[in-house]
Design a binder for this molecule. Structure first.
Ligand SMILES: [Ca+2]
Ligand SMILES: [Ca+2]
Ligand SMILES: [Ca+2]
Ligand SMILES: [Ca+2]
Length: 458
């Protein structure tokens, strides 16, 4: 009688019973998969290795093809509800390293190559032979936090990596009631900038915090002995895309990190700091997209088993108004710009026309192009937000005003405004005022901003 078990052996003879050593083990462990177990006469007790004593009941099964002349090929994998078997002490031709989602090497074992076969001759003797190729499976105990298995085979000198997450995931979507599978709905509640300033000056980078708020809507969180709530560990990812040419954002790449122990109903803030640099005046945009995903493939989100939309990603469009810095002269021809806040007068202010580099300004500015009705003046916290005083006469006065030395007129035309003291927000102790407004350049409208010192006398 010939019994040929699950093999594509090129060495089998019709007078031999060929068994692969590894298959011997699988036959007992996975009797539902292989129906040939009862045909095997010479089985010794099978050593059972429990890699995870807490999880004795489940195993990964990876179906592989071995070829002595080609790399190991991974066919498919699944989670078996039977425990993992061990492997005999015979030659460790194949080394398996299992890694978990925390990048730790959680398991290491060797097994004889699937190419080795024990040949039982009709005269009662047996010997070991090598096949040129074979298909079969390896198994090892289940770990819900497993990430991948590195399988190195000395015969084919191959080293392959099998992603275990899809195997876990498929199992858990199907068997959500399994104690090692969890259903939990992580949600990206919001993404926004924190205290975004109303504009950014050319040549003056700012640091800006992009805040993502993450929540775990439950229902399940991973229990940890003894039964304390550990929360769901997740992978946080933030990308910056669609950055307008007129700004640069650093870092510009993807931000990847772990958010550990997300508890049900305890929103978590994730703050990422970016440096925003304005390169050209005008309104510029960038899109920040934040995503949250469970680290373990055994955590199943509602959208994975239903048709509802994923709530794990949200985007925020940052709009940056890049303003042109300008030089202003409070009270031209006068210094230290003394102001009596108790009086009802006006403060004359010259916005100077400047060349690139003059007074340290990064680009040239033509004060005649200012749109006077857009201009606001006062303490910085008012003027920056288009509050404070507006021009007393509703217009600006084009003239060659005084430079900051208070005596030079440089022969180009500047814009002089008169702002009521009341309305500037100035109080005793203030040391500067600022001006903000719009100007036109080649049909485009841009923002300008500048400040000068004041000396409050009363
Ligand atoms: Ca979700
Ligand atoms: Ca002055
Ligand atoms: Ca000038
Ligand atoms: Ca001038």
């Amino acid at each position: 009688m010939n019994i040929i078990l699950n093999t594509q052996s090129s060495v089998f003879s019709r007078t031999k019973i060929i068994l692969r050593m590894v298959l011997l083990i699988e036959l007992f462990v996975f009797s539902t998969i292989n129906a040939y177990a009862t045909h095997q006469p010479n089985l010794s007790p099978i050593p059972v290795i429990e890699f995870y004593p807490a999880n004795p009941a489940k195993a990964f099964v990876l179906n592989l093809t071995f070829d002595s002349a080609a790399p190991v090929f991974y066919d498919s994998g699944f989670v078996s509800l039977k425990p993992a078997g061990g492997y005999p002490d015979s030659p460790g031709d194949v080394e398996v390293d299992v890694f978990n989602v925390y990048n730790a090497n959680s398991k290491n074992f060797t097994l004889p190559s699937l190419l080795r076969v024990r040949v039982y001759n009709s005269d009662g003797t047996d010997s070991e032979e090598l096949q040129s190729n074979a298909q079969g499976s390896i198994n090892f105990s289940f770990d819900p936090d497993a990430s991948h298995a590195a399988i190195a085979d000395t015969f084919s000198n191959s080293d392959i990596v099998v992603d275990l997450k899809p195997v876990i995931h498929t199992f858990c979507v199907d068997k959500l009631e399994d104690p090692e599978c969890f259903d939990s709905d992580l949600e990206m509640l919001s993404v926004a900038a924190v205290d975004q300033p109303p504009f950014v000056l050319l040549g003056k980078p700012i640091d800006l915090i992009i805040q993502s708020i993450i929540d775990n809507n439950g229902p399940e969180t991973k229990p940890a002995p003894p039964e304390e709530e550990k929360g769901i560990d997740a992978h946080f990812n933030q990308q910056v895309a669609g950055i307008s040419q007129g700004i640069s954002i650093s870092p510009s790449g993807v931000s990847d990190q772990q958010e550990v122990g997300l508890l049900v109903g305890s929103p978590r803030m994730n703050n990422q700091t970016y440096t925003i640099t304005c390169l050209e005046p005008g309104l510029h945009k960038a899109t920040f997209t934040s995503s949250i995903e469970p680290l373990s493939a055994a955590v199943i989100e509602p959208h994975e088993s239903t048709n509802i939309e994923s709530n794990n990603t949200k985007a925020f469009i940052l709009e940056v108004d890049c303003a042109v810095p300008v030089t202003i002269n409070n009270k031209p021809k006068s210094f230290p710009n003394s102001i009596n806040t108790k009086q009802n007068g006006v403060i004359p202010v010259a916005v100077l026309t400047t060349e690139q580099g003059e007074y340290g300004n990064p680009i040239a500015f033509n004060a005649q192009a200012i749109l006077p009705l857009t201009v606001h003046y006062g303490i910085e916290s008012l003027a920056s937000f288009d509050n404070g005083a507006i021009e007393a006469h509703g217009k600006m006065h084009i003239e060659d005003s005084y430079e900051l030395d208070e005596k030079t007129k440089d022969k180009d035309l500047d814009a002089v405004f008169h702002f009521p003291v009341q309305g500037t927000g100035l109080v005793s102790g203030d040391t500067k005022t600022c001006i903000k407004g719009k100007f036109t350049d080649n049909g485009n409208t841009f923002t300008f901003f500048g400040c000068d010192s004041v000396n409050i006398v009363k």
